[in-house]
Design a protein around this ligand. Sequence first.
Ligand SMILES: NC(=O)c1ccc[n+]([C@@H]2O[C@H](COP(=O)([O-])OP(=O)(O)OC[C@H]3O[C@@H](n4cnc5c(N)ncnc54)[C@H](O)[C@@H]3O)[C@@H](O)[C@H]2O)c1
Length: 308
Amino acid sequence: MKKILITEFMEQDSVDSISEVFDVVYDPSLHENIESLGLQIVLVDAVIVRNKTQLTEALLLKANNLKFIGRLGVGLDNIDTNYCLNNNIYVQPATGMNADSVAEYVMACALSLLKNIPISHSGTVSGQWPRTSVESRELGGKTLGLLGFGVIGKKVSRLAQVFGAKVIAYDPFVISSDADNLGVTLTSQEELFRLSDVISIHLPLTDETRGLMNSGSFNKMKKTPIIINSSRGSIINENDLLKAYKEKLIGGFALDVYNTEPVTAEFYKEITSSMNCILTPHTSGVTVESNIRVSQFIAEKVVKFLSD
Ligand SMILES: NC(=O)c1ccc[n+]([C@@H]2O[C@H](COP(=O)([O-])OP(=O)(O)OC[C@H]3O[C@@H](n4cnc5c(N)ncnc54)[C@H](O)[C@@H]3O)[C@@H](O)[C@H]2O)c1
């Protein structure tokens, strides 16, 4: 019987559906124990991970039977995809399955930060009643700049247009007719930094995108934009982001992902309740609904792949 190893949280119904067909070991904390993972991966036909399991070349070299990696999410930066390509291991992300969750998160953050809700909230709960001191803006009529116009970027564009925002995007791999059909204008990175009131990042983490947003970028921003990052932390230089906020080059920021996760004390000691910011623990893609979709999708894919 084919052997499947699941190293992080997966919905139980989906685990059960794979277990009906294959021999499954489900240990959601296995990603924390590299030694045990190294022993268990040796004979498996498929491994299913979220983003905490680091499937490095050193680990994959031990996996003598591995043919399939299921990723319960989208980014593949925790998997050595070059090794997989060269060794005939199929990598299946759950493309699009948590996109609605991320897109709703982006809208929640854009609307909250334009309205300065984090500052209004902390002022109100501390008894200051900041009714006139906190300035508030609307999304309607503003320009939303999307860095990356893939599955999530496109979903965000549709939601933002409902609020009357103009959407522009930087993505050299998208053809302009695809963007035109969605009422979105493709632009250069420089133009996007210059024109946007809200900038949301939807890029994969690659050698080109690592550190893409840094003090050089913040200095080009002319409209004191809100910055939202729900893709990967290392795409933004966090020190430069905090400096840009202190220097009022940006009007606020929402981060779901960080240079180091869990976030370090060095970072969060810089955050105060008087800042227009929202910090979440890498949960923008996680909802009750998306967990079910992601798990069912990967369960179906692994069963089909290994049954064919
Ligand atoms: N925080 C979370 O919970 C969460 C959940 C889902 C996805 N994500 C992250 O969001 C990212 C985007 O997800 P998606 O489903 O939209 O992926 P996607 O692959 O559909 O879209 C990514 C887009 O980025 C573009 N791109 C790639 N390199 C680029 C570059 N150097 N410059 C400009 N554009 C470039 C691609 O052409 C593509 O259109 C994922 O890679 C993942 O890291 C995070």
